[in-house]
Design a binder for this molecule. Sequence first.
Ligand code: FMN
Length: 224
Amino acid sequence: MNHDQTKQQIIDAFQFRHATKSFDPTKKIPADDFQFILETARLSPSSFGYEPWNLLVIQNEAVRNDIRDVSWGAQGQLPTASHYVIFLARTGGQMQPDGAHVKHMMDVLGLSDEAKAGRTKRYGLFLEEDFKIGDNEKAMTDWSAKQAYIALGNMMSTAAQIGIDSCPIEGFDQQAVEQILERHGVLDRSVFTVPVMVAFGYRADEPKRSKQRRCLDEIVTFVD
Ligand SMILES: Cc1cc2nc3c(=O)[nH]c(=O)nc-3n(C[C@H](O)[C@H](O)[C@H](O)COP(=O)(O)O)c2cc1C
């Protein structure tokens, strides 16, 4: 495939992707295709490389039903999705420079003791002085969530490129969903919050209308 064909294939996938309201419940995503989608989440970038998010894949019907009761935006998706993913974003306390998660990530990154010390200092200054979020639990947690959305976008774009539909979902009572997950023993609310969910599967119907977007001129300003 040449360069232009590759570009066209990617644009076709972006046109194909739409917020799927209801999936064909008889169609399941093959395990290797779903692993492939997960892999693109895993390879997604994160600030400092600290990966402040995890994923829950909710395949249990009872858990899905409980979540549906408090999710106005996922009424059609929860009962029909082949795979239903809940993003977990680390709470602010978890992302402090001296916290266990950040220390673990510096090990994952394979840093020397000297590099760890330099990074800890730089990261602390970033939180305190550059972004001024270090002492604000909510802002820190939202910063984790922002990064989860990068992986979310990558997963949906990847899925579209292999003909799999998806729908991002923020239409839910956050506290209620977290309580349900805690009750089912899959969430510790001191460690994670739930910023967004995403359903994957195969569309039951074609989208009702084509994409409606602003034109690029309205969005982009080149500063030459
Ligand atoms: C962060 C986020 C949250 C969303 N939440 C919901 C939701 O709860 N339920 C839903 O049906 N669609 C949801 N959507 C889908 C948007 O409404 C949809 O992406 C937008 O209208 C553009 O349409 P398209 O994705 O089909 O191109 C969400 C989209 C994003 C990015």
